[in-house]
Ligand binder design. Structure first.
Ligand SMILES: Cc1ncc(COP(=O)(O)O)c(C=O)c1O
Length: 404
C-alpha cells in the first residue's frame, strides 16, 4: 500500500499548476465510456481523421532505414530546411534552419519559448479567450498571465487599441492563437497590421504567434504576424503537425524565431528532452514534402461540420454561438442557462456545472469556458462525424430542455 505524500514534498510550482481542463474532461469521459456508457466526446482538440497514408509509410520506411538513434536537439537539418521552405511557400517568411527548433509538439515549442524569455514577475498579455495551457506555462516560468478579453461583438478578437492600452513597463510578451482555440476567430491582415504597429512602438515586447490551426482556416487567407517586416525579430512563430496533418499522437511541432531566441530554446530543450522522436521527424518531413492537399481536404470537412453544427446549435435555446472562421470548435455563450436547476435538483450555477450535467445527462463531453478565460461559455469540438455531431446536439437539446 502506498502512503499519501504530504504537501511539502511537492514543489510550490507544481502544486499551483492546474491540470489541463481539456485533458481532465477527456479522462472523465473515458471513465464513463469504460462503464459501458455511450459517450460522445466533444471535449478533445483532436482531428478524428487518421494521419494520411503517405506520412505513415514514411514512418515505416524510417524504421527500416535505421532512424532509431538520438536526433540533433533542434531537429534533423533536412526537416528544419523543409520547415523553412514551408514558411517561405505558405507564409512568405524567410528563415534559416538555425532559426527553427523542432519540438515534442507545438506545446513544447510554446513551453520552450516561454521559459526562454519570461523572467519571474514579467507580464505576458494573453488574448482571451485563450488556449488552456498559455496561462499555466507563463505561471510555470514565474510570470504573470494577464488575459486581454476580446469583445464578443468583435468576434472575441482583442484589438490593437486594447493591446496598446494594456502594455506596461512589465510587459514581456503577448501571446495568441489565430485561428483561435477556442473561438475559431481568425485575425485578418488589417487587424494584424495594426497589432504590428503597436509592437513596433514597443520594441521590447515579444509576440508569440501560435499558428497551429493555420491549415484549418475558412477565410481563404492566413496571415502571420512575422510577415510585418518591422516586427519580424520580435515575433516567435509556433506551428506544428498535430492539427493540419492529423498527427496529434506523433508529438511534432516547431518554432521559428530570431537566432538568439531559437538558440535559447535549443539550449533548454537539450537539458529537458533532447531532440524529438526520430521516426516522427521523418514522418513530418514527408508530410511537408507532400504539400497541403490532404490538409486542405480535411479542412473542407471541418468547414462542412462547422456549418452543420451552427445549424444544430441555432436550434437550441440558450446557446449563443459565434460563427468560427477556423479551427474545429464552437464556443457558445451559455449565460442564459446558468442559475437553472437539473431535474435531480442540483444547481447549474457555472459553465463547469453545465458541462458536468451534459456529461451525466446527455453523455456528451465538452469543456467549460473557465479553462479558456471565459467562464460563461462551453467549448464543443466539431472534429467528429456528421452522425455523431447530429446525435450529440440532439441529446444536448433534450437535456437542456429538462433544466428547471
Ligand atoms: C492553440 C493550440 N496551440 C498548441 C497546441 C498544442 O499542439 P501540439 O499537439 O502540437 O502540442 C494545441 C493543441 O490543442 C492548441 O489548440
Amino acid at each position: 500500500m502506498t502512503t499519501a505524500l504530504t504537501a511539502p514534498l511537492l514543489s510550490d510550482r507544481v502544486q499551483l499548476m492546474q491540470e489541463s481542463a481539456t485533458i481532465a474532461m477527456a479522462k472523465k469521459s473515458r471513465e464513463l465510456a469504460a462503464q459501458g456508457v455511450d459517450v460522445i466526446n466533444l471535449s478533445f482538440g483532436e482531428p478524428d481523421f487518421q494521419t494520411p497514408d503517405y506520412i505513415k509509410e514514411a514512418a515505416k520506411r524510417a524504421l527500416d532505414e535505421g532512424y532509431t538513434h538520438y536526433t540533433p536537439v533542434p531537429g534533423y537539418l533536412d526537416l528544419r530546411q523543409a520547415i523553412c521552405d514551408k514558411l517561405l511557400r505558405d507564409n512568405q517568411l524567410q528563415y534559416q534552419p538555425n532559426q527553427v527548433v523542432v519540438s515534442t509538439g507545438a506545446k513544447q515549442a510554446l513551453a520552450n519559448v516561454v521559459l526562454a524569455v519570461v523572467n519571474p514577475g514579467d507580464e505576458v498579455l494573453i488574448f482571451a479567450p485563450y488556449w488552456v495551457s498559455y496561462a499555466a506555462l507563463v505561471e510555470l516560468a514565474g510570470g504573470v498571465a494577464v488575459p486581454l478579453m476580446g469583445r464578443p461583438e468583435n468576434g472575441y478578437k482583442t484589438t490593437a487599441a486594447e493591446l496598446a492600452a494594456a502594455i506596461g513597463p512589465r510587459t514581456k510578451a503577448v501571446m495568441y492563437s489565430s485561428p483561435c482555440n477556442p473561438t475559431g476567430a481568425v485575425f485578418n491582415r488589417a487587424e494584424l497590421a495594426a497589432i504590428a504597429d503597436v509592437l513596433a512602438a514597443n520594441p521590447s515586447v515579444l509576440a508569440i504567434a501560435d499558428e497551429i490551426y493555420e491549415y484549418i482556416n475558412f477565410t481563404g487567407e492566413h496571415v502571420s504576424l512575422a510577415q510585418f517586416a518591422e516586427v519580424k525579430d520580435q515575433v516567435i512563430t509556433v506551428n506544428g503537425f498535430s492539427k493540419g496533418y492529423a498527427m496529434t499522437g506523433w508529438r511534432l511541432g516547431y518554432l521559428a524565431a530570431h537566432p538568439a531566441i531559437a538558440a535559447a530554446c535549443d539550449k533548454l530543450q537539450s537539458q529537458f528532452t533532447s531532440g524529438t522522436c526520430s521516426i516522427a521527424q521523418r514522418a513530418g518531413l514527408a508530410a511537408l514534402q507532400g504539400g497541403r492537399a490532404t490538409a486542405d481536404e480535411m479542412a473542407d470537412a471541418y468547414r462542412r461540420r462547422r456549418d452543420l453544427v451552427l445549424t444544430l446549435a441555432a436550434d437550441i435555446p440558450g446557446l449563443v454561438t459565434p460563427r468560427p472562421d477556423g479551427a474545429f470548435y464552437i464556443f457558445p455563450d451559455v449565460s442564459a442557462l446558468l442559475g437553472r436547476r437539473a431535474p435531480d435538483g442540483s444547481a447549474i450555477d457555472t459553465s463547469a456545472d453545465l458541462a458536468l450535467y451534459l456529461l451525466r445527462d446527455a453523455h456528451v463531453a465538452c469543456v467549460s469556458g473557465d479553462a479558456f478565460g471565459a467562464p460563461y461559455c462551453l467549448r464543443f469540438s466539431t472534429a467528429a462525424s456528421d452522425e455523431k455531431l447530429t446525435e450529440a446536439f440532439g441529446r444536448i437539446k433534450a437535456s437542456l430542455g429538462r433544466l428547471g
